[in-house]
Ligand binder design. Structure first.
Ligand code: UDP
Length: 252
């Protein structure tokens, strides 16, 4: 089945990694279309760090190439898109997109399965999601620290739950690999990789205050709260330099 929201979305490439040039509203329209489409659609939410990793990891890049929706979850992607002359209209964060998805699922009477986070986190996130969207059905939850040999049973449990939407908050690239590896077997309509979103829903981690988010400084807030992220944040200047180098006109 084809849908105009899916067909009309424009895909750009940053360091040869795909990113969809969608606004928040367009991303939500694509989600509506994907939820009406047969098969398990894959939704990725790369920030600069994930994009940088995908540029160096052909396997991860191929997974993103095969994704149905790749939303630009980071101010670094917005800057990079301007440098390469294909400006993204706005940053669409995974956490905001997930919120829009939950709201839609609640309205439609569909259910979500929550996978990821430390034991107890998904349960707490489910409780808070239900408090916010009383009509939302959380069909099941599972923490993200399972053994590889338990994966097949988890896929079975997701399918048996009857969920229409899978929220895989396992961190990247584990979440993208999980969805990709089980895409054929999964009976959900769409699955999203959303990093630490369940930690935020559960209240284990806090979101940056709005004034920092509006200025594209969420990464700085997270660094201040979790100094161990410094190694991850350190790839940002490398990423921007590589984009600048790739984007500058060639000398004759
Ligand atoms: N996580 C998990 N299983 C793992 C490794 C990580 O469920 O094997 C979870 C972890 O508990 C955290 C999330 O994945 O909730 C990763 O969060 P991170 O802050 O790295 O993601 P980001 O939001 O930066 O993409």
């Amino acid at each position: 089945m084809h849908d105009s929201a899916i067909e009309s979305k424009k895909r750009i490439r940053i360091l040869d990694v795909p990113v969809d040039a969608v606004s928040r509203a367009e991303a939500a329209a694509v989600l509506d279309a994907l939820l009406r489409t047969e098969g398990c659609s894959l939704i990725a939410t790369p920030n600069s760090e994930i994009l940088w990793n995908a540029a160096k990891d052909a396997g991860l890049k191929a997974i993103l190439d095969g994704a149905d929706l790749v939303i630009p979850d980071g101010i670094g992607l917005v800057y990079a898109s301007r440098i390469i002359g294909s400006p993204l209209s706005e940053r669409v964060t995974g956490i905001d997109f997930l919120d829009a998805a939950l709201c839609r699922l609640a309205d439609a009477g569909e259910s979500v399965y929550l996978l990821g986070g430390a034991p107890g986190v998904a349960e707490k996130a489910a409780e808070r999601m239900r408090a916010r969207y009383p009509a939302l059905r959380v069909a099941g939850v599972c923490h993200g620290y399972y053994k590889p040999e338990e994966e097949a049973a988890i896929v079975e449990e997701i399918n048996e739950s009857g969920a229409a939407f899978l929220c895989a908050a396992l961190g990247s690239p584990k979440q993208e690999r999980f969805i990709h590896a089980h895409r054929e077997a999964l009976r959900v309509r769409a699955a999203i990789g959303v990093g630490g979103s369940l930690d935020i829903w559960a209240g284990v981690q806090k979101r940056a205050p709005a004034f920092l988010r509006e200025r594209g400084l969420e990464w700085l807030y997270r660094l201040a709260r979790q100094p161990a992220r410094i190694k991850r944040v350190a790839v940002l200047p490398l990423f921007m330099l590589r984009v600048l180098a790739a984007g500058k006109p060639r000398r004759r």
